[in-house]
Design a protein around this ligand. Structure first.
Ligand SMILES: [Fe+2]
Length: 235
């Protein structure tokens, strides 16, 4: 299994503070069936500013330690970019998820819908594919759980509608149409970020919106809690 979003690197963002904890996180992930982890520390101007070179060095260092301890877990470098006015400065020389063209990007709650659309379009224009980090946690993607009437169900079958209300899905539909991909946090399905995020995660999963899954774990405690409370990937 692959974890596409994980804050496992020591002392680089709000993840583990020590190498020991990073190693313990790796052991816990490996024990729970993971063989590959994308190391995706935050890049947020003024808060988490570590450059890509430091991330690369940190990945290599942790990988070396895991090898010494015979822990079979492949680490791949990446970043979790933050959508704000500094994003495109960083994207002049970005760190994609490993060898892919994916840019993992978090859309904060205060970002207007149009700004998010334009920013993702610009990322695509630069030749990268935005991977939207945990959309279920952002109010722009919230989906209510209203049950459809029989007539609505029939109409959606006839017109092959995905069942999402247009007001709720303007952004989602647009991002899908330009080829963005979507990463779910496993914790969302067990209510870690509240009921609305959980409902949205369930709906997006049901509608096959998610292309990637991740723990978004920031600590050993988080990995253990997730694995012991049903926050696992299927297969
Ligand atoms: Fe994250």
């Amino acid at each position: 299994m692959i974890d596409y979003h994980c804050h496992i690197l020591p002392n680089i963002d709000d993840g583990p503070e020590t190498m020991e904890e990073s190693i313990e996180m790796a052991v816990a992930l490996q024990k729970n069936g993971y063989d590959t982890v994308y190391c995706t520390p935050h890049l947020i101007k003024g808060s988490y500013d570590a450059d890509n070179k430091s991330v690369m060095a940190s990945v290599n260092n942790l990988q070396k330690k895991l090898k010494e301890k015979n822990i079979q877990l492949k680490l791949i470098p990446g970043r979790e970019y933050y959508m704000d006015e500094f994003l495109f400065d960083y994207l002049n020389n970005p760190m994609t998820l490993g060898e892919t063209n994916y840019i993992l990007v978090e859309i904060p709650n205060h970002i207007p819908r149009k700004y998010a659309k334009d920013a993702c379009f610009r990322i695509k224009q630069k030749g990268f594919i935005p991977m939207i980090a945990h959309p279920e946690r952002n109010k722009l993607f919230y989906i209510s759980q209203r049950k459809k009437s029989l007539l609505e169900s029939l109409l959606s079958l006839i017109f092959k509608d995905d069942g999402l209300k247009s007001k709720e899905t303007t952004l989602l539909s647009y991002l899908k149409s330009i080829g963005c991909v979507f990463q779910a946090n496993l914790g969302s399905f067990i209510g870690w970020y509240g009921e609305r995020a959980q409902n949205t995660a369930d709906s997006l999963k049901e509608r096959n919106v998610y292309t990637h899954f991740g723990t978004d774990a920031h600590s050993l405690n988080a990995v253990n809690l997730l694995m012991n409370n049903g926050g696992r990937q299927e297969g």
